[in-house]
Design a binder for this molecule. Structure first.
Ligand code: PMP
Length: 551
């Protein structure tokens, strides 16, 4: 077999023959499979994700590679999908370093697995400590590559774990130029939380640059184990020959494809923003805690700080059942605080003695996947303004945006629906998902009341009465002359409010009159938003029911 092999590959692996059947890629699922000693019967486990578990998965799943390639802005030939970035680190060590001879460079304090993987394979580790305040020093890195023996891998972690700072891209590119006989491995595991430009595209056409990415952090899939190495084609082909057979289990492939689908990405972005907002808040809080001696700026989803009395901190955290990571290897009193939900962060901050007034954020996230639609919604009742709706039906987007705008809450909703069949499924399912997310955000309904709103829109008028009664019922009165407004069928308005009522478990009475169908429909959604605005405003802590329960 003549396969292009990267110049820096371990010499004895240059003509390495990969394990046969796992390397086979084309037409993976075509035809009748009687060639892999699989069991013909499906697994006795409920759920779509387990459907094909009796079959071996695609070794390098094409659909996932294509999605990751689009996400990272490179070609599919530049991506190796791996069982977490961890597996890529292990493979790079084995594929490029000769045991007992070669070395890797790390810049401690840093992610521990670079060293573990090297030691496991009998490869030397040259540790070049970061400077005071964890600054990267390019001159130190350049002198380390001149060390005797052959430095094969140079690990640059940016944003740095555990300290959260970043290493400038120009310095990394300078290092690549200077270290032409080493692979510079840039670990961008936390990149999505930073404001840096990724080096992924640079890696696609530089011989000695590899970028690592993962779905464990920003995409919340740590349990699925899915990451990627991004590099020039020859390096990727070489790594594909070395990787274990079928590295990604089918449920992982399913989970990764789901999380990277268009309906999920707006919610992922929103979560990243929320984590960054929390990061700024925690940073500010920690800086005001007298017992914290130093807090380091972070571009990751964690914050590194140093305490005056680490034992005391540890005791207080233990007493409240909060786990932070102590990093004495980085600095004697060093602590890494991974950013959680607002409530979790408040618990940790309170344990650390921070002065804060805890405030419960009312967030509702909901996903709904069927054979007809895939929908993700996120609603934040305490944050007006951020509204992005993409159902594929422009007029309906406009209507849901009106409900959120007049409701005074943020809304992200995206749907991949079977519009080629009809708008019906998309409209109904989006209403159900919207109502469900809203219901989750409303929580136990303490402080809400029962509401109504009447609203004119030019010649049209809509009146709505809403009761979060726990007894879903929708009463609609109104007629539309046109069958459609754009791609939106007017008969769906009645249906949408029924879906809202069902998923919100509310009683909704809506009546609309007027001449222009666009105005009438818009008046319905605006009135709905205005009634919700009143409903979601916090008014004390009382449950508006003599029964003591609204459910
Ligand atoms: N790189 C860094 C810097 C990390 O902190 C981690 C995990 N903590 C990884 C890579 C491994 O990521 P994965 O879960 O994709 O194996």
């Amino acid at each position: 077999m003549s396969v292009e092999t990267p110049r820096l590959a371990r010499p004895d692996l240059r003509n390495f023959t990969p394990y046969g059947s796992a390397f086979r890629q084309a037409a993976w699922t075509d035809g009748i499979s009687l060639d892999a000693n699989e069991n013909p019967y499906g697994p006795l486990i409920d759920g779509e994700v387990f459907k094909e578990l009796n079959r071996y998965p695609e070794p390098q799943p094409l659909a996932l590679i294509q999605r990751m390639a689009a996400l990272y802005g490179v070609g599919p030939e530049n991506i190796l999908v791996s069982r977490g970035a961890d597996e890529a680190i292990d493979l790079l060590t084995r594929g490029f370093c000769e045991p007992g001879k070669d070395a890797v460079i790390t810049f401690p304090p840093t992610f521990g697995f670079y060293e573990t993987a090297a030691r496991l394979h009998g490869v030397n580790v040259i540790a070049v400590n970061l400077e005071r305040r964890f600054q990267f020093n390019l001159a130190h890195a350049l002198s380390a590559i001149k060390a005797p023996g052959s430095v094969k891998l140079i690990y640059i972690c940016t944003p740095m774990n555990p300290t959260g700072g970043v290493i400038e891209r120009n310095e990394i590119l300078d290092l690549c130029e200077a270290a032409s006989n080493s692979l510079v491995v840039v670990d961008e595991a936390y990149h999505e939380f930073s404001d840096q430009r990724s080096l992924a595209r640079d890696a696609a056409d530089r011989e000695n640059l590899v970028v690592l990415r993962t779905l464990s952090k920003a995409y919340g899939l740590a349990g699925a184990r899915c990451g990627a190495a991004i590099a020039e084609k020859a390096t990727i082909n070489f790594l594909r020959r070395l990787i274990a057979p079928y590295p990604l289990p089918s449920p992982t492939i399913y989970a990764a494809l789901s999380i990277l689908s268009p309906s999920r990405l707006p919610i992922i972005e929103k979560r990243i923003e929320t984590i960054k907002t929390e990061r700024a808040r925690i940073l500010d809080c920690l800086r005001r805690v007298p017992e914290v001696s130093e807090v380091f700026p972070s571009q990751a989803n964690f914050i590194y700080f140093e305490a005056r009395d680490i034992e005391r901190f540890a005791q207080r955290l233990r007493a409240r059942g909060v786990r932070l990571r102590f990093r004495p290897d980085a600095s004697p009193n060093g602590v890494r605080f991974s950013i959680g939900t607002r409530e979790e962060n408040d618990l940790a901050l309170a344990a650390l003695g921070a002065d804060l007034t805890p405030e419960k954020r009312r967030l509702g996230e909901f996903v709904r996947d069927t054979n007809e639609t895939r929908i993700a919604v996120s609603i934040d009742l305490d944050d007006a303004g951020d509204i992005r709706v993409d159902t594929g039906i422009a007029f309906y987007d406009h209507m849901l945006e009106q409900a959120a705008k007049h409701g005074g809450f943020s809304l992200r909703l995206a749907c991949e629906g079977d519009l080629e069949v009809d708008p019906h499924h998309t409209i109904e399912d989006c209403a159900l998902a919207f109502g469900s997310a809203l219901r989750i955000a409303l929580g136990d309904l303490r402080g809400v009341a029962r509401f109504g709103f009447a609203l004119p829109m030019d010649e049209a008028g809509a009146q709505i009465l809403i009761d979060f009664s726990g007894r879903p019922l929708s009463v609609f009165s109104g007629e539309f002359a046109a069958t459609h407004i754009g791609a939106y069928p007017t008969e769906m308005t009645d249906h949408v409010f029924r879906s809202f009522a069902d998923s919100l478990r509310a009683t909704i009475h809506l009546s609309v009159s007027g001449v222009n169908d666009h105005h009438k429909t818009e008046a319905c959604f605006k009135a709905f938003g205005r009634a919700l605005r009143q409903a979601i405003a916090r008014k004390g802590d009382e449950l508006p029911s003599t029964k003591g329960v609204l459910a």
